[in-house]
Design a protein around this ligand. Sequence first.
Ligand code: SF4
Ligand code: SF4
Length: 63
Amino acid sequence: MYLVEVNRELCSGCGECVGACPAKLLALDGEKKSFVQGDPAECLGCESCTILCTRGAVKVTEY
Ligand code: SF4
Ligand code: SF4
């Protein structure tokens, strides 16, 4: 099982992670910050978001 978290302070709002997530777990809010929509535990652990994020704003943890 995997858990995804976004650090809003680090997010630049580029949106790269949003399009990359096969589980459609990431979205941009009204402030152009990425956030986890739905259940963060539905993360597949593919790491697409962490690889694409140049700000280190997304963290995926296996548990
Ligand atoms: S890839 Fe990183 S900086 Fe870009 S929107 Fe996602 S979390 Fe924010
Ligand atoms: S690791 Fe994969 S499934 Fe999980 S949030 Fe990132 S892109 Fe989506």
